[in-house]
Design a protein around this ligand. Sequence first.
Ligand code: NAD
Ligand code: DAU
Length: 372
Amino acid sequence: MTILVTGGAGFIGANFVLDWLAASSETVVNLDKLTYAGNLETLTSLQNNANHVFVRGDIGDLALVESLLQTHQPRAVVNFAAESHVDRSIHGPGEFIETNIMGTFRLLEAVRGYWSGLPQEEMHPRVKPENDKHLTQSSFRFLHVSTDEVYGSLSKDDPAFAETHRYEPNSPYSASKAASDHLVRAWHHTYGLPVLTTNCSNNYGPYHFPEKLIPLMIVNALAGKPLPVYGDGMQVRDWLYVKDHCSAIRRVLEAGRLGETYNVGGWNEKPNIEIVQTVCKLLDALRPKADGTHYSSQITYVTDRPGHDRRYAIDARKLEQELGWKPAETFESGIRKTVEWYLANPQWVSNVQSGAYRDWVQKQYAGADRKP
Ligand code: NAD
Ligand code: DAU
């Protein structure tokens, strides 16, 4: 059996692919455009793994996606591919509209065509014995990975976001993700496509691109640079270790009810400044500064992000109670693992930062169906 993963060279997608292939003998076809955020170095350990097929390409390339679906006959598509950084969406929303909305639309259309052509159990009550894949319209799944940011911002005493919370996206990024969620929902209600959607809180962990808060703070702290905290630093995010997000997606793929959305979160609400202080304290303990000062002395308050959402919080009870999912990491264990990972992998950081690795990849993997 095979699954098609999009955006599997990015932070969460790559963690998902690595975890999936460590536990399963199914083939993963990994479709990724390799934007600045996609990094094949993350997948180096899969170089000789015959179950990993990397394809460089765009989810919005209908012909490419159609041909991948026909060739590999996946039983599921898991869609991670997106432009993901809020600050970038403020400075240049175009790519977000193109990939997150138009790309998702074209991907849905390719998948709908493929799914329509799969055998229908209703019409063929006994699945054809010669069809050793046992792949039918009703067993196929399209899982769309989305964000809690579609729900907008909470004030201090509001209850956490449940799946029934209305959509109130505030940034170009969250508006584009909200639009993609609506398209996925519509493709289920109108065409019957068997979809699932997950809306997750802030992830952190290995292979996180150092433009996002936690990896940026680790990397800047070690480089002796300022640690830029937006506004008063009292914005609240709800943090989840990336491997726990991946386990939630696997669980929803396995047992989620069709057409449903599942909120994913770790019940770890924390103000940004507390996150930055925690990172600084861990670094003080694990890599003390030569001059004896604390990393927190590098904290610098800077101008706030325009339209900055004040608080996100996820109510994950539906996923926990209906599907029995629980995160494995506490924030304390997860953040320690994360800081340790960045300390152990300075080469990965310098490669993604320099862009040299990306330039090399551009030259090496210009075609499709190439392995990293
Ligand atoms: P990321 O930016 O690290 O990775 C995105 C990946 O998608 C990259 O490898 C990139 O090359 C690829 N990509 C971009 N445009 C593409 C296109 N048109 N076609 C094919 N590939 C393309 O993002 P991430 O943090 O790993 O997020 C993955 C998904 O999870 C996104 O949909 C995001 O909205 C969602 N999400 C992220 C978080 C988080 O905290 N990072 C939380 C909840 C949901
Ligand atoms: O909530 C889920 C979302 O979490 C995902 O959908 C997004 O893809 C992901 O990027 C993330 O969005 P945020 O905007 O919350 O993440 P970011 O790491 O950019 O910022 C986290 C918080 O830290 C936010 O309140 C802004 C603040 N911040 C961020 C940076 C980069 C700073 O104070 N300083 C910084 O330098």
